[in-house]
Design a protein around this ligand. Structure first.
Ligand code: GUN
Length: 293
């Protein structure tokens, strides 16, 4: 059994990006610039955005954090989005989710110029991804694909079972795993809350990508020997024995599944660190105008 070390891969990719950015700067090119809009003071969002700003510094990017009040109106937020759309120094930007209830996330996502949508959430990027055109692929699916290819995991003709059908992980990763190029070309089954025979389906899987948000859902008796397992779940399960009072728990019962798996991601340290790394990759592509002019 081999652990898929997302932390190590992410660190390596960030180093590769930093080297490329240094070369761009030395050649007189523009420093990639990522902006993030953070509305309110949600604890999780604060942490995510701080990590993104730190990753920008590690990669040699410029970053701008725009804070808006919890009570900001939808129109004010949309105005800020239009301002960033039209700012030539900003190559890409994100609006950190979730947003307060009075603001439509979909409206905000669709207001972002798709050429600057480094989160890959805009319908143009989602649509282009699903038909295999160059685009910004969203962070978690892109990170999973990077892990599979960095560990040279065979995917062609394999049965890949995706657990979960969310717009940000399940659906896009299923689309990527069935595309013809590597890492893909797999036969993909998507299971969700209305799937009656999940155990039988998982037992026939060569690759399982678990993105249900259901702690320790996948148990040892649900997988075959030699399976590759990617755990996207990160649920904060209350735990009095930890300093923070909770334990970050994946969708996989690691102790059981790791007995049978050939490759497996840990939680934390698997898919998580890859997501920010994918955002950095998209920002570099945006800075280079590599996808959209
Ligand atoms: N909230 C949690 N994950 C993400 C992400 O990848 N992008 C944005 N914009 N918000 C998030």
């Amino acid at each position: 059994m081999q652990i898929i070390d997302g932390k190590a891969v992410a660190s390596q990719i960030k180093q590769e990006i930093a080297i490329e950015v240094e070369a761009i700067k030395n050649a007189g090119g523009k420093t990639p610039h990522l902006a993030a809009i953070l509305v309110g003071h949600d604890g999780g969002s604060e942490t995510y955005v701080a990590h993104k700003v730190k990753a920008c510094a590690e990669c040699g990017f410029k970053s701008t954090l725009i804070r808006m009040d919890e009570n900001v109106s939808e129109d004010e937020l949309l105005d800020k989005v239009y301002q960033l759309n039209n700012d030539p120094d900003i190559d890409g930007f994100i609006v950190q989710l979730p947003l307060p209830k009075h603001i439509s996330e979909q409206k905000v996502i669709e207001a972002i110029d798709f050429r600057k949508d480094v989160d890959g959430f805009h319908p143009v990027n989602v649509g282009r991804m699903s038909i295999g055109l160059p685009c910004f692929v969203s962070a978690t699916p892109a990170g999973i694909m990077d892990l599979l290819s960095r560990y040279k995991i065979e995917t062609k003709g394999k049965h890949c079972v995706v657990l979960g059908r969310s717009n940000i992980v399940g659906k896009p990763v299923a689309a990527l795993m069935m595309q013809k190029s590597y890492p893909g070309n797999a036969t993909v089954t998507v299971c969700h809350s209305a799937t009656p025979n999940i155990k039988e389906i998982c037992l026939s899987a060569d690759i399982i990508i678990a993105a249900l948000g259901s702690p320790e859902f996948l148990t040892g008796d649900m997988v075959k020997e030699g399976v590759t397992v990617i755990d996207v779940g990160t649920t904060r399960v209350p735990n009095p024995n930890t300093k923070s009072g909770f334990k970050l728990t994946g969708d996989i019962k690691f102790d059981e599944v790791s007995q049978k798996a050939a490759f497996i991601t840990p939680v934390p340290g698997g898919v998580g660190p890859m997501t920010i790394c994918s955002l950095m990759k998209n920002t570099l592509l945006a800075g280079k105008k590599a996808i959209y002019k």
